[in-house]
Design a protein around this ligand. Structure first.
Ligand SMILES: C[S@@+](CC[C@H](N)C(=O)[O-])C[C@H]1O[C@@H](n2cnc3c(N)ncnc32)[C@H](O)[C@@H]1O
Length: 264
């Protein structure tokens, strides 16, 4: 599957995604991924950054809240429209554009930093994205991104439960089989049943790669890896959101910060 087709799937997801995530049902984003990502994010006050695969703009706005000057791109027109509408209502100085992560419409050495929240595993040519980000970053700039964990979000994945129905492990397989746009259908599980029934499920094309693919691609593009994080929900989060229990058994997500060398 190519990225144009991927973009069409995401554009079809954008309406429901925007409504449900803005209503607070993307709990893995709001309770786990975003707080963990910002905990390890270097100081970006006054820095110029680009957010890649910005969706409806929630995390982009948090970057701007930290005092950064932010550009953002996404391949789905409806996401860009929704993000722009919120920017118009509550301006933070963010400039949103419709573009693909594989062809960033910016000159070499434009940005001090780049971010991407849960987007890169959705792109067919992930090496091209790393190359593009490297190109648009200034020397010494960093790229911090989060993805589904390649070791635990595998093509075959099944919860293993006790007789009482509590998940205590995962059956994992197909790790070495790359997927090329395998469609996964789901909707935010925390949304009330009545709400979920009003919408169609998301259809998300997935491009699974191994951990060594990710590490070697980062190294090959010229970056050095600076920090790695596998966030998991602690007791406080699980008390509020017990449905996130599975994410405390294996790592659902992988966050990486890498840096373009100073002399480049
Ligand atoms: C899981 S959503 C994450 C959205 C947002 N970053 C967030 O954290 O809420 C993945 C996003 O990647 C975008 N995307 C997929 N392929 C892309 C590409 N080639 N270039 C730019 N964005 C892309 C989708 O349109 C979607 O908005």
């Amino acid at each position: 599957m190519n990225e144009i087709e991927v973009g069409k799937y995401w554009n079809n997801n954008a309406h429901t995604w925007t409504i449900l995530s803005r209503a607070g049902y993307d709990i893995y984003r709001d309770y786990l991924n975003t707080p963990s990502f910002f905990e390890i994010l270097p100081d970006i006050k006054g820095k110029k950054g680009i957010d890649i695969g910005c969706g409806e703009g929630h995390n982009t706005r948090l970057l701007a809240d930290q005092g950064a000057i932010v550009e953002a791109i996404d391949i789905a027109p409806l996401f860009i429209e929704n993000a722009k509408a919120l920017e118009k209502e509550h301006p933070l100085g963010i400039n949103y554009s419709l573009a693909s992560a594989t062809h960033l419409p910016f000159q070499n050495q434009t940005f001090d930093f780049a971010t991407s929240f849960m987007c890169l595993m959705d792109i067919p040519d992930q090496e091209m994205v790393l190359k593009e980000v490297f190109r648009v970053l200034k020397s010494g700039g960093f790229f911090q991104f989060s993805i589904e964990h390649p070791c635990f979000k595998t093509p075959h994945l099944k919860k293993v439960k006790t007789l009482a129905g509590k998940t205590y492990a995962f059956e994992i397989g197909g790790y070495f089989s790359e997927t090329n746009g395998k469609i996964e259908e789901w909707i935010f599980g925390d949304a009330p049943t009545g709400t979920k029934h009003k919408f169609s499920k998301f259809k998300v094309p997935n491009f699974h790669k191994t951990l060594s693919f990710w590490m070697n691609s980062i190294i090959k593009s010229g970056f050095s890896i600076e920090q790695v994080l596998e966030p998991y929900p602690g007791g406080n989060i699980l008390r509020d959101k017990p449905s996130m229990h599975g994410a405390s058994i294996v790592a659902y997500f992988l966050h990486i910060r890498c840096r373009k060398p100073q002399k480049f």
